[in-house]
Write a protein that binds this ligand. Structure first.
Ligand code: B12
Ligand code: SF4
Length: 450
């Protein structure tokens, strides 16, 4: 059979498709699914963010994946291909948590991990059968996962890679070391999808991926796990094994890394340059309310300093508009971010992803403002806040972003730079100025970019 895999993009508010050719990393879903597909099938794929999907594809099966707001476009694509007589299979976290919704648009849905069910699913479709819901009965061991062809990463620009030093610094090659997260944050798709489980790949297989990327000339890796320190002894073993590889890496993890001096030291020595950390709120009451009480707001300053002292840049992930917030919270949040010299900011309005506890609670309380999935982009008013209007929340949201990336605040935050890794600091300084310019040109872009 011929299989055509698509990662959907999402829509601009005016209905155009969002397109971007310059991305700092790439998901591995499409090349990984290709590597996993039995050799008798032919597989082609498109990440619609960068390229146009072939709507006239002659494939027998269309496989579609989507992240967050991309789901609307993914369903539109599924409807279109089915009208053209194709069999459509969908997978990924959104449809796994909402299979009935997905089955209004596709023929079969893969619920959860695909490794142990993909072969059966394809055999069924080739034979004209269909179990409709394909779900593994246990988690995969993550041992011996097939290797992807890195040069086919959908969002890699091989042309720019060769000629632009900035791009070589900017592009992070994705490597997966673990899946899942043991924490209970109730808005989080990841812990819901993985049912709070946490598994890791054998250290030597992860190290092998780093080596393969280095052999291709890659300098920077994104460990695209949600919380690679979910098992501290595994993380230490991995970081120790990465020290001799001498590559730079970035990842996201919890602030807990700052409270384990050995772990933090090993991370820094193994090449960690940037961590995206879900601080979420400077108000402890908010953190408790979303079941993220392990984040201790009163300790943030001390914890962030420990990380910076190791030469690691921190990207803050913050939510505004939680129940403990009012219109005064915006200034407090901004002040905290500037005082603590955060290198970068990704701000979110609370997003109730269907399938999560947060969605169910908000839905029961009648507080969900829209179920237009196209707006589930982290920068839209989706929840009725308790101490302000949705409009006030959006004014505050835009204002924090604007002021965080203002020239005086960039200078305040970026000087003096974290100790060591000065090239990285320079890169972040340039990236901050680029964002300042981008925001002036595209003020409504926030929330739809990553
Ligand atoms: C890398 C990544 C990115 C990258 C690259 C994006 C890209 N287009 O290439 C960046 C950082 C740019 C990014 C951006 C965004 N991302 Co993102 N991203 C991820 C991340 C960390 C890893 C994805 C990955 O490669 N996983 C590894 C692969 C192997 O696993 P997988 O995709 O889950 O697939 C497995 C199964 O689900 C299944 N499967 C998946 N799809 C399909 C399809 C078929 C047909 C089949 C058969 C099986 C199948 O098979 C795989 C193996 O078992 C995930 C978090 C996570 N842990 O998944 C978030 C995640 C997917 N992203 C998310 C979101 C929301 C976004 C944004 C929309 C955020 C935003 N700003 O609004 C943007 C979208 C930008 C865009 N237009 O592309 C959410 C999705 C939430 C949801 N409920 O849908 C996640 C889960 C993060 C989170 N913590 O909530 N992202
Ligand atoms: S720590 Fe991060 S990945 Fe883990 S459950 Fe909380 S939000 Fe999700």
């Amino acid at each position: 059979m011929k299989i055509y895999l698509i990662s959907a993009t999402h829509y601009h508010p005016d209905g155009r498709l969002v397109k971007s050719i310059q991305y700092w990393t790439s998901a591995i879903t499409l090349p990984y699914l290709k590597a996993l597909t039995p050799r008798e099938h032919e597989v082609v794929f498109t990440d619609e963010l960068m390229q146009d999907a072939d709507l006239n594809s002659d494939a027998d099966v269309i496989g579609i994946t989507a992240m967050g707001p991309q789901i609307k476009r993914a369903y539109d694509l599924a409807d279109l291909f089915r009208r053209r007589g194709k069999k459509v299979v969908m997978g990924g976290s959104w449809v796994s948590l909402n299979p009935d919704q997905a089955l209004e648009h596709c023929d079969a849905v893969v619920i959860g991990e695909v490794e142990t069910v993909w072969k059966d699913c394809l055999e069924d479709l080739a034979a004209g059968r269909n179990k409709v819901r394909y779900q593994a009965d246990k988690w995969h061991s993550l041992v011996g996962l097939p290797q992807i062809d890195y040069m086919t990463l959908p969002l890699l620009r091989p042309d720019l890679w060769k000629k632009s030093a900035f791009y070589r610094q900017y592009f992070h090659w994705p490597v997966s070391a673990s899946r899942g997260c043991p924490h209970p944050c109730e808005y989080c798709t990841v812990q819901t999808y993985y049912d709070r489980s946490f598994r890791s790949r054998p250290v030597e297989e992860v190290v092998e991926d780093f080596r393969r990327i280095k052999a291709l000339g890659g300098k920077k890796v994104l460990i695209l796990d949600d919380n690679p320190i979910g098992n501290v002894s595994y993380a230490k073993e991995l970081f120790r094994a990465l020290i001799p590889i001498k590559m730079a890496w970035a990842s996201q993890c919890t602030i807990n890394i700052a409270r384990n001096a050995d772990l933090l030291d090993l991370a820094a020595r193994s090449g960690c340059r940037t961590l995206s950390i879900g601080l979420e709120s400077v108000t402890q009451e908010n953190l408790e309310e979303i079941s993220k009480g392990f984040n201790k707001a009163p300790r943030f300053a001390e914890d962030l300093k420990a990380i910076r002292d190791k030469g690691i840049q921190v990207i803050a992930l913050m939510m505004v508009g939680l129940d403990g917030d009012d219109t005064k919270s915006f200034d407090k949040t901004l002040q905290f971010l500037v005082d603590n010299k955060l290198s970068f900011l990704k701000l979110f309005t609370p997003c109730p992803y269907p399938g999560t506890k947060y969605y169910d609670d908000m839905d029961r309380a009648g507080r969900i403002l829209t179920k237009d999935w196209n707006r589930y982009d982290y920068g839209s008013p989706l929840i009725q806040p308790t101490h302000m209007t949705p409009e006030e929340m959006m004014v505050g949201f835009n204002d924090v972003y604007k002021r965080f990336y203002s020239i005086p605040n960039i200078v305040r935050r970026m000087t003096p730079p974290p100790k060591g890794n000065y090239l990285e600091s320079m890169f972040y300084m340039v990236a901050n100025f680029k964002i300042n310019r981008y925001m002036r040109k595209t003020p409504a872009a926030w929330g739809t970019i990553s």
